[in-house]
Design a protein around this ligand. Structure first.
Ligand code: FCB
Length: 469
């Protein structure tokens, strides 16, 4: 008799309860998959005054960013003597966007875009602590004037992964007490440019900066420490709130639209009937996505892993610290529990892979938009694009992702704009120049830009949207 009771207890604990939990998880977090054969991707509709843009960031395109942490990283070696950048390359002259910006703006115009997102290189504006370079500020003013003259709405990012060397040496965002340096820089730039710029992104992808620099060690400073990852993420979010609050108080602050840019990569279990895959997927989703949304909604930040409460923080202003939310969306990661490594990423067998290794997954854009909509803020898609050297997936990528955006809009999600990443091929961080995200291919010998065939999909979509409106 006792044996039977024991048997049933074990059965419940090992099979029934986990089984019911998995059924609940499957219902609660479905992995949307659409039948594309039966989907008409030309059936799209976008609001009037939609921002149709392209995006770049300073370090990736300008060239000669010699005074920041990335430049130092590109020239450094790891403990085994191997270069930090997978291809051994350095950013160097990049696309020479600093001097060729006029031609690049002509490309933006040629695409039919009405907006351009770019970032301000902090290390050029403030090369040494509290010493501001007026000529560098003037450069950005000129770029913005030129954009406006061409009818292009500028969107400025204040922090896109790079730090001036002096700031990095002080410990950058590892230390809460360093945040004020970034606020001062933001105020300086805002005062100079606010009369010409409406859209401001404070910080690009805090979760990526924290994870890649402090958990995976593939970005500077190359650390691997989970608690530090949480601390850096908290400090970046806190920096965002402080910048928002400070800029709102300045002349032009009320009229400006200021927001954080959040990268949302979903983590889905590769085996949807396997509880351990689910646990890994939900844990990662919570740490890198939900923790940030919770903070922006309630001011409460909690970075934790099962059994470990790593970082806690509260800032009541966080809930009112965005005029819009920027979404960078690329794909989802299917995770598989691994005894040796904790988890690994895998593709589904019928996935179409991008050159970055992750899948084309437009349904994920739709899911991300719905999830973000919970914040109750206007959404601007500040990045979305594909690394596609062969240019044999870009056309499909653009059409299917825009279809997913349109479908979310139709269902009531408040999306105000879409920026394709990127205008042209550029220095793709740890991947060097191998990844070809550009609508324009760049010949790095001659600096010639050539519109890729697949990019026609974007031009076409913008034209069609204008006709519909
Ligand atoms: C994003 C970055 C951007 C670019 C794209 C491909 O995470 O914000 O700079 O590298 O990925």
């Amino acid at each position: 008799m006792l044996d039977w009771i024991l048997f049933f207890i074990v059965l419940w604990i090992v099979v029934v309860i986990p089984g019911l939990f998995v059924i609940w998880l499957n219902r609660r977090y479905p992995e949307e998959q659409w039948d594309w054969e039966w989907t008409d991707t030309t059936e799209v509709k976008f609001p009037e005054n939609f921002l149709w843009g392209v995006a770049t960031s300073a370090h990736q395109v300008e060239g000669d960013c010699t005074n920041n942490n990335w430049w130092a990283w590109e020239h450094a070696k790891n403990s085994r003597g191997a270069p930090r950048i997978k291809t051994g390359e350095i950013s160097g002259n990049a696309c020479e966007h600093w001097t060729r910006y006029q031609k690049d703006i002509a490309c933006v115009v040629e695409l039919g875009c009405n907006a351009y997102r770019f970032s301000i290189e902090w290390s050029k504006i403030e090369p040494m602590e509290n010493q501001f370079d007026q000529a560098a500020l003037t450069h950005y003013k000129t770029l913005i004037r030129e954009l406006r003259q061409q009818g292009i709405e500028p969107m400025v990012t204040l922090h896109h992964f790079t730090n001036p060397l002096w700031f990095e040496k002080l410990g950058a965002f590892e230390k809460k007490k360093n945040i004020h340096y970034f606020v001062r820089f933001a105020e300086k730039v805002f005062d100079e440019l606010q009369d010409q710029v409406t859209y401001w992104c404070t910080i690009n992808e805090p979760s990526v900066y924290a994870t890649m620099g402090y958990f995976r060690g593939e970005f500077p400073p190359g650390k691997r420490n989970i608690r530090k990852t949480g601390v850096v993420l908290r400090n970046l979010l806190e920096a965002h709130v402080q910048v928002y609050t400070a800029l709102k108080k300045r002349p032009g602050g009320k009229e400006a639209k200021i927001g954080l840019v959040k990268n949302l990569t979903q983590f889905d279990p590769i085996h949807r009937n396997f509880l351990l895959d689910w646990i890994v997927a939900r844990t990662l989703h919570k740490a890198f996505n939900t923790a940030v949304f919770q903070f922006l909604k309630t001011g409460r930040f909690r970075f934790s892993l099962p059994g470990l409460n790593l970082v806690r923080h509260y800032n009541g202003h966080a809930a009112r610290s965005n005029d819009f939310i920027g979404l960078n969306y690329y794909s989802h990661f299917n995770v598989k529990f691994s005894i040796r490594r904790g988890f690994v990423f895998q593709l589904h067998k019928d996935d179409v892979a991008t050159d970055m290794g992750y899948a084309m997954y437009p349904e994920g854009m739709y899911r991300a938009l719905h999830e973000l909509n919970g914040l109750g803020l206007p959404i601007i898609i500040t990045e979305n694009g594909i690394a596609d050297k062969r240019d044999d997936r870009r056309f499909l990528f653009i059409r299917t992702y825009l279809y997913a955006v349109s479908r979310a809009i139709e269902e009531g999600v408040d999306v105000r704009g879409y920026f394709y990443w990127s205008l042209m091929d550029n220095f793709e961080w740890a991947e060097g120049y191998a990844m070809k995200f550009g609508l324009y291919a760049v010949n790095f010998e001659t600096q010639e830009r050539t519109l890729r065939t697949g990019s026609e999909a974007y031009r076409m979509s913008i034209r069609e949207a204008a006709r519909e409106a």
